[in-house]
Every structure is written in C-alpha cells, then in structure tokens.
Write a protein that binds this ligand. Structure first.
Ligand SMILES: [Zn+2]
Length: 155
C-alpha cells in the first residue's frame, strides 16, 4: 500500500459573525490543507482540511466593522494545537522506545536524548506549521456584505 501526502488549496466561503458588534459578513478565505493516506483518500482528506483551515483561520481575523477579534477562540485554537503538538511530540519517541525495548535493544542515554529531540522538533513543527497555515489563510480574507433577506441582482 502506497501512502502519500497531498496538499490542496482552495477558496472557501464561510459565514463570519462578530461577537463584539454583531456584524455578519460572508468571508472568502484562500486556505491550504494536507491529507495523508492512500491516494484518493489523501485527496479527500486534503480537501476537507482546506475547509477546516479556513474555518479555524476565521478566529484570527479582525472584524471588518469594529476591528475586534474573539481572543477567547484564538486562545482555545492555539491551546488545541499546543496540545496536539505535545501529544505528537511525546507519542513518537515513546512508541519508538517501546518498540526498541520489545526487540531487546539496550537503550543508551544518547538514544533517549536523540528521541526526545526528534519528539520536540516534531511537536514544534506541528505547532508552527499549523499556526502558519491559519495566519496565512486569515491574511487572504475578503468580506462581502451578508445579503440575508435582501435579494439584489445586477442589471
Ligand atoms: Zn465587529
């Protein structure tokens, strides 16, 4: 089975609602997403990840009407990627150590230090990569007046 990593890019339209001034807009965000797995599956995952990136990026965007943003959702998003990064950073060295011990390898202090360094850099990479995706996507945002109720046509 061949595993691939795919990147997808796309413009996603997401409703924006401001908690501070109740402004409603339709936001268009250019987002990137990654998918992993078998070909085909990875593609579908990547397209889903594009939508996820776009809706997460919305938390980083300032309201076009009052200039505020919802700091609590920024904090909870940043907290969630810190946690995922930490889990990823812990799981890889722990699984590798467990596998080595089961095979009867003797663990030297150096092995443990190397694995800890790998884990730390994986965790940090995950955190900064995700944050970069969000801030990059948030920078591409454009707003339209939400035309709820009104039905304007051109010409
Ligand atoms: Zn606002």
């Amino acid at each position: 089975m061949r595993l691939v990593v795919t990147t997808a890019k796309g413009a996603v339209r997401v409703p924006f609602y401001c908690l501070h001034c109740n402004a409603e807009r339709l936001a268009t965000i250019l987002a990137t997403g990654y998918g992993r797995g078998r070909l085909g599956v990875a593609r579908v995952d990547a397209l889903e990840a594009v939508r996820d990136t776009a809706s997460d990026a919305l938390a980083f965007v300032r309201c076009p009407s009052c200039g505020e943003r919802d700091e609590s959702s920024v904090r909870s998003l940043v907290g969630s990627i810190q946690l995922k990064g930490a889990l990823l950073g812990l799981s890889i060295p722990c699984l590798t150590l467990a596998a080595m011990m089961m095979k009867g390898h003797r663990l030297s202090a150096l092995t443990i230090v190397i694995l800890a360094a790998v884990g730390l850099s994986l965790g940090l990479f995950y955190f900064f990569d995700r944050r970069r995706l969000w801030t990059k996507a948030a920078a591409t945002i454009s707003f339209e007046e939400s035309s709820l109720g009104s039905n304007e046509t051109d010409g």
